[in-house]
Design a protein around this ligand. Sequence first.
Ligand SMILES: [Zn+2]
Length: 770
Amino acid sequence: MAYDHRGIEKAAQEKWAQLDLYRTDLSDVSKEPYYLLAEFPYPSGDLHIGHWYAFAVTDIYARMLRLRGKNVLFPIGFDAFGLPAENAAIKHGLDPKEWTYKNIERMRSQLMSMGASFDWSKEVIACDPSYYQWTQWLFAKLFEHGLAEHREAAVKWCPKDQTVLANEQVIDGTCERCGTEVQEKRLTQWFLKITNYAERLIEGLDTLPWREEIKEAQRAWIGKSEGAYLTFDLTSDSRGRTQESVKVFTTRPDTIFGATYIVLAPEHPLVAALLEDLGNADEVQAYVERTRKKTERERSENKEKTGVELKGVSALHPATNEQLPVFVADYVLHSYGTGAVMAVPAHDERDAAFAEKFNVPVRDAQPATWEALTAMGAQRTTQYRLRDWLVSRQRYWGCPIPIVYDPSGTPHAIPAEHLPWLLPTDVDFKPTGEAPLASSKELKERVTNIFGAGWTPEYDTLDTFVDSSWYFLRYLDPKNPHNFSDAALMKKWLPINRYSGGSEHTTMHLLYARFFMKALYDLALVPVDEPFTERFNRGLIMGPNGQKMSKSKGNVINPDHFVDTYGADAVRLYLAFIGPYNEPGSYPWNLDGVAAMRKFLERIVRCAERAQEEIPVPDSVAQAIAHASLKVATDGDRFKFNTGVAALMTLLNEFENIPPPKAAMRSFAILLASFAPHLAEHLWERLGGKGSVQQASWPAASRAAAEEGEVAVQVDGKRRGSVHISLSASETDAARAARELPAVAAALAGKDPARIIYVPGRIINLVPEA
Ligand SMILES: [Zn+2]
């Protein structure tokens, strides 16, 4: 039995390269465009099983779409700035650039060995000056429009990496990269004003056909809360009624009659302003000092409530004029709301715990009406938990922030003609807490030469999440020296049809990229304000013992070993079969799983060897092919490759019971071609197929076999009912059926929708003109 996977895979890859099969002609209008995106990898240098899961399985879908007649863009690139290169430089004295490009070269050949059908002509590399020139240009645009700001703020600091972190990079109070407990520092840093977009980032989710848990995670992260500001005047024992008042934010203004005390965050400016009125100023000052050493996380988690009453000062209840005690306590954070709260122990657990400890009364009172609240001057407002995105890093291997400071210290964007603003090479990499770029003589001289004496460079580099916020735009025109992308191609290819990635990016990369798109849309630089129509978070491949793979646990699966023994096709099939790709599950690696797939492939080879030329395809076989063709395609559209593989197994059983006709085996090879592309290519040639199997047409699905299902119908993101239609119904047919629903017709009021978002078998959303 000859199934020489090494020879077969090598030959197939050479044939595809020769035919240049996967280069996408982006201007082709004869076929429907489909932009399939997988998150670009960091060039760590070795492909692990997570990479295989990310790219080999997405590749199955890319191939399937091509066979089904779509013009598919399936690009790849490298998210190539970041700490590991710099750490290698510090630890082993390597050049970060050389280290990175060497890794990229190695990963390229590994990705090719997996048989992935990337269009390499569209490759982007984030650390390449031809790419970061445009990261800088876009940053300068944001700066010019007030969306990038240089200001002092309390920031999270990783003492090990010696750099600031974005809020999103702090997980349970520790650095997302190295696990070190983060500290807080006050530093002047660069921020992107993502908070300007808080409301639109929430609203935009409504019309997206994403899984509800992804949307919910983003909503929770943005943390919208509606409430009101209330103002409490202050009296002092020594001065009587003062000029000062405390403004509080509350999500429950109606509980105001239950308020029994006021709490200020230790950083609240009133604490310092009131010190001379206090009978216990020393005690209060000492408390404020102690708080400074704690992180926000310690403060919000602290089970034991601490605080100090401001003796000699009280707050006047705006309705009853009752004198309420005022405390300073660290469970109130200065960064949330106004940094002051009215405490209602009858309604709030934390307030209740505090009230018990400090012996403040608890009062259960009638809720206040809005009329009563308006009479007190209550002012309705909305607060968000989201903070502006801190993007400056005191590290070397990143995109230089394209800013220079004039002699008075005012920042200016570096004019476009000086971009790319190159990363200097004469630097000391050792982290000192100061940015490594500050050690470059060349950079200082460059600034003096261009801008004049007294001008100084910005020494920080950009968070790598800025690089990855727009890379999918560059794929459309990666070599354009005059613009970040091409306007006509963006119009044709955006939004991206489907984006697959890791669930850890839900509240970081995925949120940043949406913000970027909205900001660029407002600057008229891109044609749409949501970048990704569909988003799928893939699951995790676990070690054979069901635990997360890690070197210390000794349960790391090395894909190279399996590829060498069983072939890339068997590994691809196994990853497709391991579980549904459209839900974030975790799948333990079964040590016999790849071997079982290998056996399945060997059965296919044996069956093909028995194929006979001149016999007609029996009706039952034709029907089985039509059924499998539909099943594999519709399951593929739902990213359920596991059941697609199962359908192929069923089909093979049919063939094993008969002398299989060659024509039928060729259809089988086409259906197999997405999952096991190398073997399918080999069989295709043996069975007398012309050209490459990847250029063949998908076998027709019979109407009789068509499966139907419920498709939810929305108008502008609101559910208006559902229709029972074929899972393979076209967008036009699905829209027609949806518009027959009375509720939909009423909501559209006779107008044609301006945009249709359609995911076959799941949802159709008709979006009217705004
Ligand atoms: Zn760290």
